[in-house]
Design a protein around this ligand. Structure first.
Ligand code: ADP
Ligand code: MG
Length: 685
C-alpha cells in the first residue's frame, strides 16, 4: 500500500480544475495522468522576454514585450491567416498574425484603435515585422510582468503552453512536505535544495543543482529497487545444479566455441552450482552466438535431472529457437518441446502432460509457458530472449513456476553502454559475448557526401547488374514523419524510374499484407532493390543483399545504424555500406559517422555514442525512450548514477529492511517513482 503522505501526488488529472474529457487525451499522450506526473513534467527550456519601449530596440528573432496600438484588422479570403496591423510608439508597423481558429481570439484581444501589450517572438515576413500567435496579449504592462521569463513545456496536440502551465501550477500547489531520502552529506556537498523546492524552482528558472537533485532522486529510486531485487534473490532458495557434462559432450557442433562463449558458459555454470538462484544477463550482438550458450546452460539443468524453459518474444522466434535447439541437440536424446498460444486441444494436452511427468526436458515458447495451467515437474532454469520486453513482474511470475525459485538467464542483442546496463539491469550479473565467431566478413563502410548521389546510384547500378541485391534506407523520424515519408517515396519513384520493376518500397504506413508481399519479393530474389524506412524487420536475412545505402545517416542513432548495417554481411561475398551525409554536418555528427566506419563492435559504438551525445546534450533535456528514466538526462546518468548506486548499496547494507528514518523516506521514494515492486520484495523476503 502506498504511504498516505503520497496520496495527493497520485490524484488523477481529471480531478484538477479545468481538465475535461477533451484535455485528457492530450495529457495522457504525454504520460500525464496524475498530479505527480504534472509536477515532474519539467520545462524543456525557458523563454526570456525583452520588454522594449518600441521595436527599434528589439532584434528580429527575439522574444519581446511591447506596447502596440491596433490600426486595422485584415481577414484573408478562404483559409488564409487573419492579420492585425499595429503600430508601436514610434510608428513602426508590425503585423500580428493568426492562423485557423486562433483568429477568433486575436480579433477579440486586439480591438481596432486600442493599445495592447503584446508578448511574442518578433519575426520578419518579407519587409514587414511580424508576431505570429503572440504568447500573451494584455491591456496593461503590469499584467505581463510575471511573463518576462516563462517555461516552455513539451506539448501534444490539443494543449497549449498556458494550459499546461496552469495545470502544473495546480500540481505544485499541493506538494506535500516529504522527509529527505538523500544522504545528508551528499545534499550538503552538492548544495542541493529540498525535494519540493527543487520541483517548484525547476518550473521557474534554470536551476542546475535542483535539476540534478531531481534526476538523482530518480536514479536512486531505480538503484534501490534493483538492489532490493538482488538482495531478495540472494535470500531465496534455488536448486544448485551440478551438471556432469555427459549431455554437453554429445553436442555435435559444426564449429568450435569462441573464447567469449566459453567464458560465458563457465560463468553460468558457476552460478548454477549455487543455491541462490542465478540472475544473469547475456549480452551479445546479433550473430554473436547466444543460442548455443543458452543451450549449454539448459543442458546443465537437464544433466542435473531438472527441466529448463526458454521464452521468446514472438511466435516466429519461438519456432526458430525450437528448430535450432532441436538440430543442435540431436545426438543428446534430450526432449525439446514447443508451446505457443496457437497450440490447442490434444497437442497442448500432451505437452502439458510431458512437462508434468518430466518426459519433456526443455520447453521453448511464448508467454504461453507462463500460464497457470502450465505446471512443470521440476523447472530449475528459465531463459528469456530479449529481456527488455519483459518486466520484473513477469519474471516474478515465472519464479512461482518452480518448486524452488528457478535460475534465470536473460539474453539481449541490444548493445547498450555499461552505465546504462547498470541502470537497466543493475540487479543482474552480466556476461558479454564481445567476440564474434570467426570468419565473419567486415562490412566495408564508407561515408559519402550526398552531393555525390550520381556516383552512388552508378555504383548501385553496377552492383545490381552484377546480380547483387541491395537495401536503400531513408530516415523516418517521428517529429517529421510526413516530410520523411514524402522523401522516401520520392526516392523510391526516382530509383524505380532508373531500375524499373525490380524496386520495392517498404515503410511503416503500408498495410501489413503489402509490406509482407514486398519483403517476400525481395527475399525470393525477384526484387533487386528494397527501399525502406527504418522498419526493416528483425529477422530479415537475405545473404545475396551485400550493399546498403543509408541516406541522411547523421540522423540515425549509432545503435540503429549498427543494427541496420547488420542486415548485410550475411553471405560469403564482401559487403559494403554507404553512409550518405548531408552538407550541414556538425562536428559531433562527423565523428559519429567516422566511428561507424571504424568499428563493427556494437558495444564500442554504444559506449562512444553515449559519450558523444551525452556530452553535447543540453542540461536536463529528456530522453526519447532509450533509457528507463524520464527525468535524468544521459549526461546526468553518467555523472550521477555511480553515486546513486553506491549510496543505495550503503543504505541497504546498513538498513536492509529500510526500517530506519532514512529507510522510511527511501520507501516513499520508491513509491514516488513507482519502483514499489522493490518494496514488495522487501515485505515478502
Ligand atoms: P545470436 O542469437 O547471438 O544472434 P546465434 O546464436 O543465432 O546468434 O548464432 C548466429 C550464427 O552463428 C548461427 O548460425 C550459429 O550457428 C553460428 N555460430 C554460433 N557460434 C559460433 C562459433 N563459435 N563459430 C562459428 N559459428 C557460430
Ligand atoms: Mg538469437
Amino acid at each position: 500500500m502506498r504511504p498516505e503522505a503520497l496520496n495527493p501526488l497520485f490524484v488523477e488529472t481529471p480531478a484538477l480544475e479545468g481538465v475535461g474529457p477533451k484535455l485528457q487525451r492530450p495529457l495522457e499522450k504525454l504520460g500525464l495522468k496524475r498530479v505527480r506526473d504534472l509536477a515532474y513534467h519539467l520545462p524543456e527550456r525557458f523563454v526570456e522576454r525583452h520588454a522594449v519601449a518600441d521595436l527599434d530596440e528589439a532584434q528580429v528573432g527575439e522574444n519581446v514585450i511591447v506596447a502596440l496600438t491596433v490600426r486595422e484588422h485584415r481577414s484573408a479570403p478562404g483559409r488564409g491567416p487573419f492579420r492585425v496591423l499595429a503600430e508601436d510608439a514610434k510608428g513602426n508597423v508590425c503585423t500580428i498574425t493568426y492562423f485557423g481558429r486562433a483568429a477568433y481570439s486575436g480579433k477579440k484581444a486586439l480591438p481596432v484603435g486600442e493599445q495592447r501589450w503584446v508578448a511574442g517572438r518578433l519575426d520578419q515576413y518579407g519587409q514587414m515585422l511580424q508576431i505570429v500567435h503572440p504568447d500573451h496579449v494584455a491591456e496593461s504592462a503590469s499584467a505581463l510582468t510575471g511573463h518576462v521569463r516563462e517555461p516552455v513545456y513539451g506539448l501534444s496536440e490539443g494543449l497549449t503552453q498556458g494550459r499546461i502551465a496552469s495545470l502544473v501550477a495546480q500540481a505544485l500547489k499541493g506538494l506535500p512536505g516529504l522527509p529527505e531520502w538523500c544522504e545528508p552529506g551528499l545534499v550538503e556537498r552538492m548544495g542541493w535544495p529540498l525535494w519540493a523546492d527543487a520541483l517548484v524552482t525547476a518550473h521557474r528558472r534554470a536551476d542546475p543543482a535542483g535539476r540534478d537533485r531531481l534526476a538523482y532522486d530518480e536514479l536512486l529510486a531505480n538503484a534501490l529497487a534493483l538492489m532490493l531485487v538482488r538482495a531478495s534473490n540472494r535470500s531465496q532458495k534455488g536448486t544448485p545444479l551440478l551438471g556432469d557434462g555427459r549431455l554437453r559432450a554429445k553436442l555435435n557442433l559444426p564449429f568450435a566455441l569462441t573464447g567469449a562463449q566459453r567464458r560465458s558458459i563457465t560463468e553460468i555454470e558457476g552460478d548454477l552450482a549455487q543455491q541462490a538462484p542465478m540472475l544473469r544477463l547475456l549480452q551479445g550482438d546479433v550473430g554473436s552466438g547466444k543460442t548455443v550458450v543458452a543451450l549449454s546452460a539448459m543442458l546443465i539443468a537437464v544433466e542435473a535431472g531438472t527441466q529448463a524453459a526458454m521464452l521468446a518474444p514472438t511466435e516466429i522466434l519461438a519456432r526458430q529457437h525450437h528448430e535450432t535447439l532441436t538440430r543442435m541437440a540431436q545426438g543428446t536424446g534430450v526432449e525439446i518441446a514447443l508451446l505457443t498460444g496457437r497450440d490447442k486441444g490434444r497437442a497442448r494436452e500432451s505437452i502439458l502432460m510431458g512437462l508434468l511427468d518430466g518426459s519433456i526436458d526443455i520447453l521453448v515458447g511464448t508467454h504461453a509457458i507462463f500460464q497457470d495451467a502450465v505446471a512443470y515437474k521440476n523447472l530449475a532454469l528459465a531463459v528469456i530472449d530479449e529481456q527488455h520486453r519483459f518486466g520484473v513482474g513477469q519474471r516474478l511470475l515465472l519464479a512461482k513456476k518452480g518448486r524452488r525459485t528457478p535460475h534465470f538467464l536473460a539474453m539481449t542483442a541490444t548493445p547498450i553502454p555499461r552505465t546504462l546496463t547498470l541502470a537497466q539491469y543493475g540487479e543482474m550479473d552480466v556476461s558479454r559475448l564481445d567476440e564474434l565467431p570467426p570468419g565473419r566478413q567486415a562490412i566495408d563502410t564508407r561515408v559519402v557526401a550526398t552531393e555525390r548521389m550520381d556516383d552512388v546510384v552508378g555504383a548501385l547500378a553496377r552492383h545490381l547488374e552484377g546480380g547483387g541485391q541491395a537495401y536503400w534506407v531513408c530516415p523516418m523520424v517521428h517529429e517529421n514523419e510526413g516530410d520523411d515519408l514524402a522523401a522516401a517515396e520520392a526516392r523510391y519513384a526516382a530509383l524505380k524510374e532508373r531500375f524499373g520493376e525490380d524496386v520495392v518500397l517498404v515503410h511503416g504506413q503500408l498495410r501489413p499484407e503489402m509490406k509482407d508481399a514486398a519483403m517476400e519479393r525481395f527475399s525470393a530474389g525477384e526484387a533487386k532493390l528494397l527501399v525502406a524506412t527504418t522498419v526493416i524487420e528483425v529477422g530479415v536475412d537475405v545473404p545475396n543483399a551485400t550493399l546498403m545505402v543509408i541516406e541522411q545517416a547523421e540522423r540515425f542513432g549509432l545503435a540503429q545504424l549498427h543494427q541496420l548495417r547488420g542486415r548485410v554481411g550475411r553471405g560469403q561475398a564482401k559487403s559494403v555500406c554507404l553512409l550518405l551525409r548531408g552538407a550541414e554536418l556538425s562536428e559531433t555528427g562527423r565523428r559519429r559517422l567516422a566511428l561507424m566506419r571504424e568499428t563493427q563492435d556494437g558495444f564500442r559504438l554504444a559506449e562512444e555514442d553515449l559519450e558523444l551525445r551525452g556530452g553535447g546534450e543540453l542540461l536536463g533535456t529528456r530522453q526519447s525512450g532509450d533509457t528507463p528514466f524520464r527525468i535524468a538526462s544521459l549526461e546526468q546518468i553518467q555523472r550521477l548514477l555511480p553515486v546513486a548506486h553506491d549510496d543505495a548499496r550503503l543504505l541497504i547494507e546498513r538498513d536492509g529492511g529500510l526500517a530506519g528514518e532514512r529507510g522510511e523516506a527511501a520507501r516513499l521514494l520508491l513509491y514516488l517513482f513507482e519502483r514499489d515492486w522493490g518494496v514488495q520484495l522487501l515485505r515478502g523476503g
